[in-house]
Each structure stands twice: as C-alpha cells, then as structure tokens.
Design a protein around this ligand. Structure first.
Ligand code: HEM
Ligand SMILES: *[C@@H]1O[C@H](CO)[C@@H](O)[C@H](O)[C@H]1NC(C)=O
Ligand SMILES: *[C@@H]1O[C@H](CO)[C@@H](O)[C@H](O)[C@H]1NC(C)=O
Ligand SMILES: *[C@@H]1O[C@H](CO)[C@@H](O)[C@H](O)[C@H]1NC(C)=O
Length: 501
C-alpha cells in the first residue's frame, strides 16, 4: 500500500501535502496552546468554584497564601466567576504600569453599577472615565498647588479637630467620628466651598450614610447579588443600600442646586463651580462634549466623597493607634517636631525637614494596608501576560497586600519599622514597593491631597497631644488586628489624648 502510493506521483504529492498539513497543524496548535495557557490555580468545584479554599473573612491574606503555591499570576473562582490575582511587587507593577492599557479598566459589578450607572470616575470606563478623571485631576491640582487652597482648608480643619479632642480632657474617648468628620469636611470644602459643624445633624447623617453604604457593599448578601442580580429586590441589604444612595443623591443635588443659582462665572468657589463653568464654556463655544452633564457632576462629586473620606480617616486612626502602641516612636516624632517646627502651625513645606516623621507616616500606611486588594480591575483587551493568556473582560485583583508585605522588598514586612524609609544617616528614602495608592492608569486620583491631609492632621495632633492606651490597658494589649470591610480599619478601641503644653 505504502509502496503503491510512492510509486504513483500524484498520490505521493497528495500524501506529502497531507503530512505537511498535519505537521503544520500540530505545530500551530501546540503553539497556540502555549499562547492560550490559562494561569494556574486551585481546582474549582462546580457551582461553588474555590469558595471553600479561601477565607472570605481575610480574603487578601488567603489569596496571598495561595500565591506561594501557584505563583504571582493565578486564577480563582468565586462561584462561577473567574478572577485573576496578581501578587508581588514586580508582577503588580509590570501589569499595572507596563501593561497599563490592558489592565486599566474597572470591573463594574452590579452593585457598583447601582451607585453611578457607569458615570463618574470610580466605576466608569472608556471616554467618560478619561474625561472626568482628567477634569478632576486638573481641578484638584488647581486648588492644591497653584493657590494653596487645600492646604489652608486642611489647616483650618486641624484646629477644629484639635478642639474636639481637647473636650475629652485626657479621658479615654472614641476618636472615630471626629476623624471622619474632619476628613469629610476637607472634601466638602473642596467640592462645595463649605465645611460643616461636627454637631450638625444633617452632616452627621450624611457621613453615617456613606459609612453604612460601604459596610453594606461588603456584606455577604450583596456579594450574592453581584452573582445573581435578579435577587436584588428580595435582599434587605440591597434595598437599604439603594435607599442610602438615593438619599445621598438628594442631599448633594440640593447643595448643587444652590451653587448653580448663585454661580458667578468669574469667581470659582469650589469643584462644583469649576464643573459648571467648564460646562458653560463648552456650551457657549458650541463644542460638542457630551460628558459635562448633571449626572456626571453629581456622581463625580459623590465618588470623591466616597473615595476620599473613609480612606483618609482610617489611615489617620491607624497612625494614632501605632503611636499609642509604640510610645518610643511617638516620642521621637514629637522630639523632631519640637526641634524643627516648635509650636507654630506645621506646613507642607516642613515635610522635607521632618524625615523621621515622614518615615513613620509611610510605615503606618504600609503596615495598615487599608485597601488590600485595590478596587477590582478588568482586562480591556485580550492579553498574554507572563506567558498566560487572559481574556478581555476578566476580573483582576491587584493584591496590594502582597506588594506592601513583599518579603523580597521589605526587611521586616510584618512589623512596624520606620527604618524601612530611612537610610543609615536618618534621611528619608522612597521605596518603590510603597504602593498603598496602587499604580498605573487607575491609581488613586486623590493621592497628593491624601498625603497632604495625613501629614498635616498627624503632625498637628502630635504637636498638641500624646496618645496613650486607656488607663488600665497596656500598650501590649492594644489590638492591631484589622476589622475587614472594603477597607481594613483598626479594631474599635478608645485612646487617651494628653495635652503636651
Ligand atoms: C489614604 C488615603 C487614600 C488611599 C490609601 C487611597 C487608595 C486608593 C486605591 C488603592 C485606589 C484604587 C486604585 C486601583 O484600582 O488600582 C484608589 C482609587 C481612587 N481614589 Fe483613592 N485613596 C485615598 C484617598 C483618596 C482621596 C482623598 C481621594 C479624593 C479626593 C481619592 C480618590 C480616588 C478616586 C477618584 C479613585 C478612583 C480612580 C479611578 O478609578 O480612576 N482617594 N484610591
Ligand atoms: C496564611 O498562611 C499562614 C501561614 O501558613 C497562616 O497562619 C494563616 O492563617 C493563613 N491565612 C489565611 C487567611 O488563610
Ligand atoms: C460605620 O459603621 C460601622 C458598622 O455599621 C461601625 O462599626 C463604624 O464604627 C462606623 N463608622 C463611623 C465613622 O461611624
Ligand atoms: C467608636 O465609635 C464607632 C462609631 O460610632 C463605633 O463603631 C465603635 O465601636 C466605637 N468604639 C468603641 C471602642 O466603642
């Protein structure tokens, strides 16, 4: 048979062509198999995926643990939903910075969509996101550097916060609310041109509502809603959340309406004014730009409140808790402040002369790791990353825990050591793996504002007060275990604030 084929020239040719095609196909398929190799990961169960292999109460830590076994790029299934996890400084940076486009979309889950309907900055993509992000960045920058407005706003708020702490006259007290109000007022002054009294009931309700929304979002029933959105109306948490969102919108709409009615295009009082003035310019010059509409204004403002209040307040609470826990560190910060600044108001330009204080703030942010998995990203177009194929639309968690605690980057990842940010002469040094604000296209938009706030609030408070555990509680007994929500907050515990002067 074989001989016959060879003897006949046409069949020989045919045979050759077939073999050739088969070989080509084999090479091709093994090549594309390699191209399309999915990231490794624990074997998922039907329906449940890997839900039983992770600890949902400390998801970031258990994903960090899985990365030891499966490497820096791996996949896990939450129910039927596939998520690709990025772990370790090198990998997270390579993805978010070197492949910024492919890894730069936001995952807009049903809950996130309910918040802003795809408008605003936090939970939007494409052109609308790009335009609003650019606008918010330039506007905040104008308020920040050009005219020093934000520094003045923060310093004014420092006085109110200090006064509030003084009222407790050195007795153990709960600083949570006052710190939230202070952080919220800074955003409010920037957005609306006004701050609120801490006693103002409407203001208290606004802050409380935002906080409740954050907690509801992290609840188990809303995670179920994300997988089966049609269940929404049956879930109490979902109904509560929607009510919160609607009430919040009504409050903000009222304030915005007032600003609209008193708008003078020559005088920009705040972020809302800047938006309205830009909108008017575009309309006057007949430039077609569909992004400057009322919904985008409302949702962008709401996003900046939501992203800027809880994060900053939680960071400050961690800083104070670390000071009470590590009194020798607190003493060194106070010694530096007394020596360099004395008793006058601290200003941002003092930071460069306060290397130890700066290192303590950085180390607090690193160890507190308040946004452990950033916000979920999504792949914007098919990508092959570190040899693995990841499809467009796949959800991605950049595991910031694995960056801030990366053993190859930090000498003592699990302990509080300001020396991570100091050289041998005590000068401040930057560290590449310091990434609490994430990196790349989606990195925190409020980073520079947040850094100014934390620096000024922290130093002002430490100039005025020495923080200690309540009477009868030792430093060792202060609990550094975080409460897990969307952000990692300190376990609720009271502290004392002793006046230093
Ligand atoms: C210590 C305080 C803060 C921390 C630790 C923090 C951290 C973060 C992180 C980790 C993200 C997600 C980045 C990603 O998805 O890769 C983020 C996003 C964001 N942050 Fe912050 N943030 C802080 C304060 C602020 C403040 C004060 C503002 C507003 C003035 C703000 C506005 C935003 C916005 C708008 C986004 C979304 C950016 C986008 O999707 O394009 N943040 N932040
Ligand atoms: C991660 O691993 C460490 C050490 O093996 C273990 O103590 C810890 O409980 C694990 N954490 C989670 C959340 O699985
Ligand atoms: C926010 O709500 C949670 C639970 O509802 C509570 O534990 C937390 O202290 C609240 N924070 C503020 C600032 O009210
Ligand atoms: C402090 O107040 C917050 C917000 O009201 C509350 O959630 C927390 O449990 C309080 N902390 C203590 C130690 O009571």
């Amino acid at each position: 048979m074989f001989e016959e084929i060879i003897r006949c020239p046409t069949s020989a040719l045919l045979f050759g062509v077939i073999v050739g095609l088969l070989v080509l196909r084999f090479i091709n398929s093994s090549f594309s198999l390699r191209e399309r190799r999915a990231p490794p990961g624990p074997r998922p169960l039907p329906l449940f995926g890997n839900l039983f292999q992770v600890d949902l109460k400390r998801l970031d830590q258990s994903l960090f643990n899985l990365s030891e076994k499966y490497g820096p790029v791996f996949q896990v299934f939450f129910g039927p939903k596939k998520v690709v996890v990025l772990a370790g400084y090198r990998t997270v940076k390579q993805a978010l910075v070197n492949h910024a486009d492919e890894f730069g979309n936001r995952e807009i889950s049903p809950v996130f969509y309910d918040f802003t309907k795809g408008h605003g900055i936090l939970f939007s993509n494409g052109e609308p996101w790009k335009e609003m992000r650019r606008f918010a960045l330039t506007t905040l920058r104008d308020f920040g550097m050009g005219r020093k407005i934000s520094e003045e706003i923060i310093i004014e708020e420092c006085h109110y916060l200090t006064e509030e702490f003084e009222q407790f006259e050195e007795k153990a007290f709960n600083n949570t609310k006052a710190i939230h109000y202070a952080a919220s007022n800074v955003i409010s002054a920037l957005m609306f041109g006004k701050r609120f009294e801490y006693k103002d009931l409407v203001f208290q309700a606004m802050v409380e509502r935002d906080n409740e929304t954050i907690h509801l979002t992290g609840s188990a029933s809303l995670q179920i809603y994300n997988i089966c959105p049609w269940l929404g109306p049956l879930l109490k948490n979902w109904r509560d959340m929607i009510k919160n969102v609607e009430d919040g919108k009504a409050d903000a709409t009222k304030i915005i309406k007032n600003l609209k009615e008193t708008l003078d295009p020559e005088i920009c009082r705040c972020f809302v004014d800047a938006f309205l003035i830009r909108k008017k310019h575009l309309e006057d010059s007949k430039v077609l730009n569909l992004h400057y509409h009322d919904e985008n204004l409302l949702y962008t403002v709401a996003n900046l409140f939501a992203a800027g209040t809880d994060t900053t307040a939680t960071t400050l609470k961690w800083c104070l808790l670390y000071m009470a826990k590590f009194p020798h560190v607190q003493e060194r910060v106070q010694e530096e402040l007394s020596r360099v600044v004395g008793s006058r108001q601290v200003r941002t330009e003092d930071r460069k002369n306060l290397p130890y204080t700066d290192a303590v703030i950085h180390e607090s942010q690193r160890l507190a790791n308040i946004v452990p998995m950033a916000l979920p990203h999504a792949i914007s177009k098919d990508v092959t990353f570190q040899g693995y194929f990841i499809k467009e639309g796949t959800t991605v968690f950049p595991l910031l825990t694995s960056v801030l605690y990366d053993e190859t980057e930090w000498e003592n990842p699990y302990s509080f050591s300001p020396s991570h940010f100091l050289d041998s002469e005590g000068k401040f040094i930057r560290r590449d793996a310091f990434m609490p604000f994430s990196a790349g296209r989606r990195a925190c938009l409020g980073e520079s504002l947040a850094r100014t706030e934390i620096f000024l609030f922290f130093t002002s408070l430490l100039q005025h007060f020495r923080f200690t555990p309540p009477p009868g509680v030792s430093e060792d007994q202060l609990d550094l275990t975080p409460v897990v929500g969307v952000t990692l907050a300190p376990t609720p515990q009271n502290l004392c604030a002793f006046r230093r002067h």
